[in-house]
Design a protein around this ligand. Sequence first.
Ligand code: ARG
Length: 583
Amino acid sequence: MGSLLNHVNIAFGEAAESIGLSAEYGRAIRAVRPELGDFQCSGILGAARKLNRSAEEMADEMALFLRLKCGNLFENVTVVAPGYINVRVARTTLARFVAETVADPRLGIGVVPRAKFFFIDYGGPNVAKALHVGHLRSAVIGESLRRILGFAGHRVMTDIHVGDWGTPMGMLIDQIRLDFPNWRDLAKSDADCSAHGLTFEVLQRLYPVASAACKIDPTRAESARLTTAALQAGNEDYQILWRRMVSLSLSSALSEFSRLGAHFDLLLGESDSAGEIPDMLSDLVARNIAHYDERALVIPLQSKSDRSKLPPMIVEKADGAALYATTDLATILTRVRDFKPDAILYVVDQRQSLHFRQLFRAAEIAGYVEKTQLLHVAFGTVNGPDNKPFKTRDGSVMRLRDLLDLTEAAALKRLESSGHEEGSRENLEAIAKQVSVAALKFADLSSDRISGYVFDAEQMTSFEGKTGPYIQYAAVRSASVISKVQQNSAQDIIVETPEERSLILACLAFPEALSDATVHFSPDRIASSAFEIAQAFNRFYAACSIRSAPEKIRDSRIVLTTLASKVLCLALWLLGIETPEAM
Ligand code: ARG
């Protein structure tokens, strides 16, 4: 059916053409001042300047056209100096849109005309390391993009890309051999591991110890290198032990990611493409794309047209070891070969942007991505009160789990103090879980993706303001209103009050938010739209009584409530946020 804004734009485009302008000058946006209209167009100002004509006169001509030819769509067309056109949408049109939208399972949102295949690389946990606050954003944004792109009609596949290759693996194996003399017994299963005291918690503590030892002791560093080489060359004992480390780490990461509702189609890691590396490198050398520079193998990337400097990418260290960049390049090779996606999105911290610029250029030069677009969907840091990347009190990186616990505690406290006691303690804790995840995700997704945001558990769990719980509450409340009333089918929609109109306009604008979010990979568009709907719903609910209204109005308001409830629920789902049954 096309969105309401589409219809408005078509009318404005025709009006522009009717006075000899190209349709682009007739672009409409939601009115900045709702008291003047629902939509406005300011394109005339630019056209008038170009043509050296009076904007107001041109606007008057366009307005005349709109009044004469688009009477079904608009009930009021006004011109405001120096040349803005404001329109109010006809009540009958709003009513028709509302009826069609509530009845449509996709709520009036069309499927993209040309579906693409998006491959999303997100999550990115590392072996033997706890997930930290950076992984939070990757998981939250990545999951939301998975849903948004999928709902828009694209094909989507996600991969977690575990950091499971390179010298840290050798360092860890050496450390386990030192700390667990019976290390060969550990290796049979995860259960064996924990029986012998090697849990993920322990593994995590080994990594900083091993890394510090390698820094100060050259023999340890050399040994780690040899162990890594042996592992990569297929040493069976090491391989078995390594597999245990990966599996312990991955299951811990997955349990935390599942707390955030993240879904991965593939659980591959850096190691899964490592087998390609030797052939890939010799081919790159043979084709003169990579060459040895002081024994390290590098790919020069700078091209004449580059305005900024792009350093060469090292793909093999002098000691023959592969790096993060090498496995990433090999992974592009296998992803393109095995899945042929139209685009690979890397939902990764902005601080890795140089790495991705180098990687993408290298893949391009190597001819790996003729039909695949590579995109770094970057995000800024989660910051502490000092606006610097969030740290714990002792200055170390904030672990994701601690962050989730902090938010959950804040949500629980708030629920208790605001008398939200719904049934048992257990029930309250379950609601606190849902509310805290919503709070955290919404705070994350509603901020601009690239700029960071300040983590403030108090603020984000508040039931007031632009927060997850505020929107969840509006969703729960609207759903509960409809569950309590008898719904008659096929009612007329009556648009009488400004609150009804605002609610309708907010809901009918949702398709645009989704298409913006899809095009820019920006869930914040959905978050803003959801906030607007929640606010409009609350105002409507306060101003327009339902139960005591005359039957026809009552029925119409129930339909509006249903519309708000459905759109809010979908918006929350697209952000990866659940709508609780009660709050
Ligand atoms: N493991 C990396 C990290 O923790 C993130 C991986 C991102 N994905 C990629 N293909 N490089 O920083």
